[in-house]
Design a protein around this ligand. Structure first.
Ligand SMILES: Cc1cc2nc3c(=O)[nH]c(=O)nc-3n(C[C@H](O)[C@H](O)[C@H](O)COP(=O)(O)O)c2cc1C
Length: 212
């Protein structure tokens, strides 16, 4: 396996300042639209990186469930490893690795929980099995074996048979409010294009090109 010899040119296109939207939300919307149109696998999958106050960094994939000028929304367990890290330190980073488009988007900002009512609404829009699984799983905690998980699932299935499953207290949505967003497009000879938006004190976005 000769990994050193593996390389390819990035030839799909370049990024010019004149092509960049005046704010990162519009730019992101355009790139997300293109990622969905290209039919790439899981275009909404993003890596969420968290850090505890003493610098213990961890990452995992979560699915983006909505975005607008305010921020990026995803759902998870509030008591999970990531949930605890975000309670202790709300500074997080998101990464969209869109290899098929030779693109990546990197977001840095502050995370917050979304209102309970909105989480409950989304919870109830999910398939019943997903609702039960969210309750059955004490995410990130050790579990003796697969059987224990399945038993918990079946117990809940019986308990809530024929009635609405209440949205759990320890599960819900987060919103990442961006302060910095980078748009990266692979370029010929490794001269990639990078543009970074930075939130200014007055709420406007400044745009600068970064060296590849
Ligand atoms: C494609 C994909 C999508 C995922 N989406 C979510 C999600 O939206 N929310 C979530 O909590 N975990 C999701 N996961 C599982 C997480 O990556 C992770 O294993 C889990 O949240 C526990 O992370 P933690 O122990 O760091 O808190 C997803 C995993 C994959 C591979």
């Amino acid at each position: 396996m000769d990994l050193q010899a593996m390389r390819r040119e990035y030839l799909q296109g370049g990024l010019r300042r004149r092509d960049m939207a005046s704010n990162p939300h519009e730019q992101f919307a355009e790139w997300m639209r293109q990622a969905i149109e290209m039919d790439i696998i899981d275009p909404t999958a993003m890596v969420l990186a968290t850090a505890t106050p003493d610098g213990d960094i961890s990452q995992r994939i979560v699915l983006l469930k909505g975005f607008d000028a305010e921020g990026f929304v995803f759902y998870s367990n509030y008591d999970s490893r990531k949930g605890r890290a975000m309670t202790a330190n709300p500074r997080v980073s998101l990464h969209f690795p869109w290899h098929a488009l030779e693109r990546q988007v990197i977001v840095a900002g502050q995370v917050d929980r979304i209102p309970e009512a909105r989480s409950a609404e989304y919870f109830h829009s999910r398939p019943r099995e997903s609702q039960l699984a969210a309750i059955a799983s004490e995410q990130s905690q050790p579990v003796p074996d697969r059987d224990a998980l399945e038993q918990a699932f079946r117990r809940l299935e019986k308990e809530y048979a024929g009635r609405e499953i209440p949205a759990p207290d320890d599960w819900g949505g987060y919103i990442v409010r961006p302060e910095r967003m980078e748009f990266w497009q692979g370029g010929r000879h490794r001269l990639h294009d990078r543009f970074e938006y930075q939130l200014q004190a007055g709420g406007n976005w400044a745009l600068q090109r970064l060296s590849p």
